[in-house]
Every structure is written in C-alpha cells, then in structure tokens.
Design a protein around this ligand. Structure first.
Ligand SMILES: *[C@@H]1O[C@H](CO)[C@@H](O)[C@H](O)[C@H]1NC(C)=O
Ligand SMILES: *[C@@H]1O[C@H](CO)[C@@H](O)[C@H](O)[C@H]1NC(C)=O
Ligand SMILES: *[C@@H]1O[C@H](CO)[C@@H](O)[C@H](O)[C@H]1NC(C)=O
Ligand SMILES: *[C@@H]1O[C@H](CO)[C@@H](O)[C@H](O)[C@H]1NC(C)=O
Ligand SMILES: *[C@@H]1O[C@H](CO)[C@@H](O)[C@H](O)[C@H]1NC(C)=O
Length: 389
C-alpha cells in the first residue's frame, strides 16, 4: 500500500511540476502562481502544495492594522489541523487561504505565522521560534521546501509600557524593567525592548545544526505607571537560504532600499515628553551594496543620545561617546580614515557624514542608565542615501 501511495505522489508531483511550472513564492501576484492544471490533479493540489510540493502565499485582501494579511494556500483540512484561520479561497477556489497565528506559549515553525498577544495583557508570554517545518523535500525544487536560513520578524503593531523614567529606585532610567520583549537563544540577541515599535524589524539566524532559532519572552509587569494598551502582531518570514533578502551574519536590522530612514527602537513622536531611548541594547544595522553606488550618506531628522536637548553633536573616538552612541567606519573614497568625522556619534545632534566603507554597518550601543533622565533622551531617526562612485 505504502509503495503504491509513494508512486502516486511522485507522479502527481512530476505532473504538477511540468503542468504548473514553478510556483514561485516570491511572486506576490497570487494568480500568476496558482497552479494551472485540470481535473482530479487540480482538486488535489491544495493538499500536495502544502504537504508535498510547495506551500505558497495567498492574500485574502483583508488588512489588520493597515497591513495586508498574508496567508498560505492549503486544504481546509490542513488549515484546521494547523489551528489556522481560513480567510477566503486560493488556487482558483480549490484551496483555502489559511492565516497562521501563534498565541502565547505556541511554537512558530511555518512561514507567514503571526505572533500575536491574542488578548493577553499581563504576565509572561513565551514563543518558540523553530526552524521552518518542511513536510516533504523535493530534490532540486525551487519551492519553499528548499529551506530557510534566517527568520525576519516584522512588528506590524507593538505597544508595551515605556522604559523606566528614572523616578524609581534603583534608578534604571531607560531600561525596560516594567514591560519587555526579549530574544534569547540566538546569536542576534540584542537586549530588551519595550514601548512603541511598530514598523521595526529584526533578523534572527537559524541554527540548522542545533535545530533551533530563538525563544521570545514578553514580560508585562504590573508596575506600569503610564496607561498603555499592550498588544503586538509580529509577522514571521522564513528567508530562503539563497535569497537576496538574506541579511549578512550578525545584522539585527537590514535595509536594502536606495534611501530611507532607520529609527531607533521606541522612537516616539517629537511631541513626546518621555525618556524613550532604550537602555542596554547592542546591535548592528546593515545596508546592502548597490550597483552604481560606492558609499552611503547619513543625516538625521532627530538625534539625542546621551546629551542635552538641542545640545552639541559629539563625534570622535570612543572616549568622547562612552555611554550611548552609534558607530561606523568613516572612510573616504580611497579608503583613508576621515579627518573631518570621527566614527562614534552621540550627543544632541548628528553631524551628517558620508562613508565609503562597504558594506556599511552601523553599530548601536546604549548602557543601562541615564546620567540625567531629565534630558529625556529619545534615540535617533537616521536618514540614509546612496553615494555615487
Ligand atoms: C486566540 O483567542 C481565541 C479566542 O479565545 C481562540 O479561539 C484562538 O484559538 C486564539 N488564537 C491563538 C493563536 O492562540
Ligand atoms: C516566506 O514567505 C515570504 C512571503 O510570502 C516569501 O517571500 C518567502 O520566500 C517565503 N520563505 C520561503 C523559505 O519560502
Ligand atoms: C538597576 O540598577 C541597579 C543598581 O544600579 C542594578 O544593580 C540593576 O542591575 C539594574 N537593573 C537593570 C534591569 O538594569
Ligand atoms: C486603550 O484602549 C482604550 C479602549 O479602546 C482607549 O479608550 C484608550 O484611550 C487606550 N489607551 C491608550 C493609552 O492608548
Ligand atoms: C531581489 O531580487 C528580486 C528579483 O530578482 C528583485 O526584484 C529585488 O529588487 C531584489 N532585491 C534586492 C534587495 O536586491
């Protein structure tokens, strides 16, 4: 019986591969990816797509918090088995668009799973991020079954209490000791964050040898003094190993646009009067190299890292920015260290600079206290653009 079944499966997979072509998951226009086959094979496709060949993205067209919801096309049976939520159909009506969500205590092991608090607003929530589950590996397949090497988390919403304001004893100003979100068990562990982090993202490498990715712990303690509606919805993307979305090793954040803005964690609106810089963080922000570009220029619309509001910019050696800073290697076109700019930046403003060190990496470090919590340090909004050759 088993031999017969395997044979049928192989035949169907081969037929699908030929008839449907490659169902490329990177293509977001689902109609172009939906397999085009007829009869009995077609009716079985949702099953084989999930279990055997190629789970692929579907977009039911609904939005949550302004973000398009991403699902995975599969059979209704499989969606139910995975405790998914069906939102519309896919594969020309033969499949169900299955939205996968992980609540407190759950394990994430499938692409496009949303990490949600699901109404939990107190206590501790933990999630296990596991390597991507592959139901069946097809040799030489270009499908999702080739596996993933990194996990990207996109914070579609994220609200926790603000960090310690420096009014409690001991003074742990800027530390997330009321509420916190922490990644452990991963080499990109970067500290505890809290506050408002919608729009942020992080990358976590998959340790395929150990078969682990990370544990996420969200702590919500009762000591909150500021009213906050604690909630989060975080989309997980398993990044295919050979994808151009793979971040270089050690990069917590990775930017590939020609220009844009990088915000520090918990960067609040300018009108905020809260100490919002997050303490005890250590991480790297990376940018890809791009054709016809040999360097990168940085400036800031907002910048306050250990300094007085409207205070002077400090750049130079580590000793002049010993507590909280961003750092990068600033060199000219020929690779010679800049004489006009140091490599460590802190204080009340950022002096714009251009560096030709590629790839460009910005290292961020904050310590676990604020010398003057009344300065209400808030972090940075760093604008970047590409410099020509
Ligand atoms: C979220 O809560 C609802 C209602 O209690 C429950 O039906 C659902 O299974 C939960 N989802 C997750 C992912 O825990
Ligand atoms: C995971 O899903 C995203 C979005 O649908 C897709 O771009 C990516 O290629 C998928 N990952 C893998 C390993 O196939
Ligand atoms: C808070 O400050 C105390 C005393 O300075 C220190 O021992 C403790 O580690 C700090 N806690 C955190 C969470 O940083
Ligand atoms: C939290 O949600 C409630 C009910 O939606 C709302 O009235 C309140 O203003 C919210 N509080 C904050 C701090 O956003
Ligand atoms: C990755 O490759 C795709 C398809 O070739 C392309 O559209 C996209 O712009 C590339 N992204 C980056 C960051 O290079």
């Amino acid at each position: 019986m088993r031999i017969v079944f395997v044979t049928v499966v192989v035949v169907v997979v081969v037929v699908c591969g030929v008839a449907a072509g490659d169902v490329d998951d990177n293509d977001v226009h689902s109609s172009a990816r939906e397999p085009r086959t007829g009869g009995i094979i077609k009716s079985m496709l949702p099953y084989f797509n999930l279990k055997i060949k190629n789970p692929f993205e579907c977009r039911p067209g609904t939005r949550i918090n302004g973000y398009p919801v991403l699902g995975t096309c599969m059979s209704q049976y499989d969606c139910t088995a995975l405790r998914g939520r069906i939102d519309g159909t896919c594969a020309s009506g033969y499949g169900s668009c299955c939205i996968l969500e992980a609540g407190c205590g759950d394990t994430v092991e499938r692409n496009r799973t949303y990490i949600i608090n699901n109404g939990t607003t107190s206590g501790t929530c933990t999630y296990t991020i596991a390597p991507m589950k592959i139901d069946y590996k097809v040799k030489n397949s270009v499908s999702e079954a080739v596996g993933a090497c990194q996990v990207r988390l996109d914070f579609e919403t994220f609200s926790l209490s603000q960090p310690d304001q420096g009014t409690t004893t001991p003074n742990n100003a800027s530390v997330c000791n009321i509420d916190s979100f922490e990644v452990t068990g991963n080499t990109n562990a970067f500290g505890k964050i809290c506050g408002e982090n919608q729009g942020q993202h992080i990358y976590l490498p998959i340790d395929s040898k150990a078969g682990t990715v990370a544990t996420i712990t969200v702590v919500m303690s009762g000591a909150t003094t500021t009213a906050v509606n604690r909630s989060w919805r975080i989309r997980t993307t398993y990044i295919p190993c050979l994808s151009n979305m793979t971040a270089p090793p050690g990069c917590l954040q990775y930017f590939t646009d020609a220009s844009g803005t990088v915000n520090s964690f918990n960067l609040l609106p300018a009108s905020s009067t809260t100490l919002s810089q997050i303490g005890n963080l250590k991480y790297s922000i990376c940018f890809n190299n791009q054709p016809n570009s040999c360097g990168m220029s940085f400036s800031s619309t907002r910048f306050l890292l250990t300094g007085a509001p409207n205070g002077a910019a400090t750049t130079g050696p580590a000793s002049s920015c010993a507590e909280d800073y961003i750092a990068t290697t600033v060199v000219d076109r020929t690779g010679v260290a800049s004489t006009t700019s140091g490599s460590f930046f802190c204080g009340g403003a950022l002096t714009p600079f251009t560096t030709y060190a590629q790839p460009t990496v910005i290292f961020v470090r904050t310590d676990g206290q604020e010398t003057s919590p009344t300065d209400k340090n808030y972090g940075f909004a760093l604008s970047y653009s590409r410099a020509g050759c």
